[in-house]
Write a protein that binds this ligand. Structure first.
Ligand code: DHB
Ligand code: FE
Length: 279
């Protein structure tokens, strides 16, 4: 049977992808962050996942304001990097796992979660930057990826608790898939940042550190915080962090932290990555 072997929370700052793509990782600005990543990459490599369920948000690349699914799952065999205005990133295509994606869709339906089915979808920095963080610059991504897209762009986004419960449903789905697959669930986005409006530039380090600590210890604080509180504390784009709750819900109650890096500033955000295994 398939099983969940790890969970990752990770920021998706587009400038991190650009730094990697344009050989800037050893510049004074980026070195402190990129020098920390080999340890995370080794942990992922040792974990040897076959599939990553990559929870991310689209930034009006695949979807527009005309159509905003709250939760959409990609069933395609392959997803192309999206053109976000500068041409698509020159990175490998992202290969999916249609059989597991369809199984998750069906299992979630029986768990009262009706996911929007995306049979064709380009994936933007929300999905591809975490892949760069996890795997650097390979010829081909070493895992299959099931993109699970969450609306955190247009109010109202789903609550953190709703996301947590979807994570639980995804765990049930994965654990009932008959093939022996090693699956990692990644929740991406965040950490605190606000790109727009009067509060543009918000970074709340205290909130972020507490959020990271709570994930393994007292996640109920993160889980039951309203989405309005997320926005107030972490900024209008910090709401992306509700997606980490899907990862947390997919993991068991007791988890062990294997890696963490928190770095301010990365572009306009606090960058965070945290890695867990079930205890
Ligand atoms: C930035 C962060 C994001 O999460 C994003 O989607 C776009 C830009 C930034 O920090 O610049
Ligand atoms: Fe974002």
């Amino acid at each position: 049977m398939a099983k969940i072997v790890g969970g990752i929370g990770c920021s998706h700052v587009p400038a991190v992808g650009a730094a990697s793509d344009h050989n800037k990782t050893q510049s004074g600005y980026w070195q402190p962050l990129f020098d920390a990543l080999p340890a995370a990459r080794k942990w992922i490599d040792d974990l040897a996942p076959d599939v990553i369920v990559l929870v991310y948000n689209d930034h009006a690349s695949a979807f527009s304001m005309q159509l905003i699914p709250t939760f959409a799952i990609g069933t395609a065999p392959v997803f192309k990097p999206a053109d976000e205005g500068y041409g698509p990133r020159e990175i490998p295509d992202v290969y999916g796992h249609p059989a597991l994606a369809w199984h998750i869709i069906e299992s979630c339906i029986y768990d009262e979660f009706d996911l929007t089915i995306a049979n064709e979808m380009d994936v933007d920095h929300g999905c591809t930057v975490p892949l760069t963080v996890f795997f650097a610059e390979p010829e081909a991504w070493p895992v299959k990826v099931i993109p699970l897209c969450v609306n955190v762009i247009q109010y109202p986004p789903p609550t953190a608790n709703r996301c947590f419960k979807l994570g639980q449903a995804i765990r049930k789905a994965v654990e009932s898939f008959p093939e022996d697959l090693r699956v990692v669930v990644a929740g991406t986005g965040g950490m605190s940042h606000q790109l727009q409006g009067e509060r543009a530039g918000v970074v709340n380090t205290e909130f972020d550190i507490n959020y990271l600590n709570n994930l393994s210890g007292n996640n109920d604080i993160n889980r039951y915080m309203s989405h309005v509180e997320y926005i107030r504390e972490a900024g209008s784009e910090g709401i992306e962090m509700v997606m980490w709750q899907i990862m947390r819900g997919a993991m068991e109650d007791k988890i062990v932290e294997k890696f963490r890096k928190y770095h301010v500033a990365s572009s306009n955000t606090a960058f965070g990555i945290i890695c867990f295994e079930n205890a």
